[in-house]
Ligand binder design. Structure first.
Ligand code: AMP
Length: 502
């Protein structure tokens, strides 16, 4: 059996060796370099880490990350991408939870852990031109990558994605999204967010170029708006939140970006107004709304947003499910519901992950079989009408902030680890587009404290920076003496959510 993903990339390195697979404006890397460098690194991994295992790959929007991913796969290892902006404590947790045999670090390595292939070693190794044996390339149901997502208990959980899962996703991307050879794809989503897989493999499989946009550029609007026209993009892959920011620039239009012909969105709800504005600015472009959780490999439904779709509804559909997959809507007792009724979305098919790495209990709760096939209970509420899936929000306390997924319980947990905090409950405030606008933390402080709210808020924010991602830090803090409780004595998050959104 062959690894078709590696084979296809190798083919580009033979047919168009000098074309770029990566371009961040300053550095360009060719398909020849991708093939040669990943071979050399794979050979090093085969010699030094002969047993198949997980390898953590740490870095930013950097072409060497992609070289490292392919090297891991060639040497039989599953890679665990961790973004460079992850707080040190969380990197440590992922290193432990993933049981990684070593780390490849393409930036300043933040931990004491010694078994690390540093940038210096990386550069020496890739210059070696050694060839790997390729005797144990990742295949079939073996894990290809593992992405860590926020967990309710404060510990991130690793979603295992196999080679077969990824092939199912890539086949669909190549057949249903009007991609052509040699296009330039936006590469903005951090590699630790599975949205990045939507540009990474479709680009590499079509001999395209990943045109990177760093966090630094995204966070600085003048820089962002200046860079966009220089990127000469054809394919746009992002969360709706990013495109909403870009639409603030009047130059983000068809005249300034004439080659941008295809927009693909995933990760959070695409607001009607955003799609409408985008269509006005880019009248000839294709705009796809897609939906899916990391657990079912990036996305599993899609719809082309047309004038008719915009006119037919004010909450956009998520679209039709991909050909090899089935959607089922379940009631509270796990029974199938008929078309048109709202229930939990169950995804059945070959893109469904084997579960969370070494987390049997959590896996059992969400991963089931349906008519003998692997299925994932999404925790999303939805309904199906005329074969199209429609989103109706979450059934639990997982939320999205600019497309990033988090469990509110994860933030509570890390707030309660701060000495001065006795109890905490974080709740989202939504806008009229059902989008989280603000995270509000209700906090009970330890002992009786004469508080200056601003100082305390800043102290808590500072402490949180060490343990949670930047996007998980609440914007507002409300200090209370007690939190409301449910009849069972648990903190009544629902009541607080209703209060802040009433
Ligand atoms: P992630 O695992 O980070 O991709 O997050 C998956 C979750 O994001 C889903 O379970 C949904 O709650 C939400 N989501 C993803 N795509 C969409 C979409 N197009 N519209 C609404 N929600 C979405």
């Amino acid at each position: 059996m062959k690894n078709l993903i590696l084979e296809k990339i190798k083919k580009w390195s033979e047919e168009t060796p000098e074309s770029y697979f990566f371009d961040d404006g300053l550095n360009q890397l060719t398909y020849r370099e991708l093939e040669d460098s990943s071979n050399a690194l794979a050979s090093y991994l085969e010699k030094n880490y002969p047993n198949k295992n997980n390898i953590l790959v740490y870095g930013g929007q950097d072409g060497r990350m992609i070289i490292s991913f392919l090297a891991c796969i060639k040497a039989g290892h599953c890679y665990v991408p961790v973004d460079i902006h992850t707080p040190d404590e969380r990197v440590q947790m992922i290193l432990e939870e993933s049981n990684a045999t070593c780390a490849i670090s393409l930036g300043a390595w933040p931990l004491d852990e010694k078994d690390v292939i540093t940038e210096k070693v990386f550069e020496t190794v890739i210059a070696s031109k050694e060839m790997p044996s390729l005797n144990q390339v990742v295949l079939g149901n073996e894990n290809f990558y593992m992405i860590f997502t926020s967990g309710t208990t404060g510990k991130p959980k690793g979603v295992q994605i196999s080679y077969n899962n990824l092939v199912s996703f890539c086949d669909w991307m190549l057949s249903d999204f009007t991609l052509e050879t040699g296009q330039r794809f936006l590469c903005q989503a951090p590699f630790s967010f599975d949205l990045s897989v939507m540009d990474l493999y479709p680009a590499l499989l079509t001999g395209g170029t990943l045109v990177a946009l760093s966090k630094d550029e995204v966070d600085n609007f003048p820089k962002l708006f200046a860079r966009l026209p220089e990127m000469d993009l054809n394919i746009w892959v992002s969360t709706p939140s990013l495109v909403e920011i870009c639409l603030l620039s009047p130059d983000f239009n068809n005249e300034t970006l004439p080659n941008l012909v295809n927009f693909q969105f995933c990760g959070e709800e695409l607001p009607h107004a955003v799609a409408k504005k985008l269509m006005d600015r880019f009248p000839k472009a294709l705009i796809f709304n897609t939906y899916g959780p990391t657990e079912a490999t990036v996305a599993i439904t899609s719809v082309l947003i047309t004038e008719e779709v915009l006119e037919s509804t004010d909450r956009l559909p998520l679209g039709k499910v991909k050909g090899d997959t089935q959607l089922v809507i379940l009631d509270d007792n796990g029974n199938d519901l008929p078309e048109g009724e709202i229930g939990e979305i169950l995804i059945v098919g070959p893109g469904v992950s084997a579960g969370y790495f070494e987390q049997e209990e959590k896996t059992k709760e969400a991963f089931i079989t349906y008519n003998g096939l692997p299925a994932y209970k999404t925790g999303d509420a939805g309904l199906i009408k005329n074969e199209h899936l429609f989103y109706k929000g979450r059934l639990d306390f997982q939320i999205k902030w600019h497309g990033y997924r988090m469990e509110l319980g994860d933030i509570d947990h890390h707030m309660m680890e701060i000495d001065m905090v006795r109890n905490a409950c974080v709740v989202p405030k939504y806008n009229k587009n059902h989008k989280v606008q603000q995270l509000i933390a209700y906090v009970v402080l330890e002992g009786i404290q004469d508080i200056d709210q601003k100082i305390k808020s800043n102290e808590i924010k500072e402490a949180l920076q060490k343990s949670v991602m930047e996007y998980m830090i609440p914007q507002r803090f409300v200090f209370v003496e007690n939190l409301p409780l449910t009849p069972n004595g648990k903190v009544n998050r629902k009541q607080l959510i209703e209060e802040v959104n009433s």
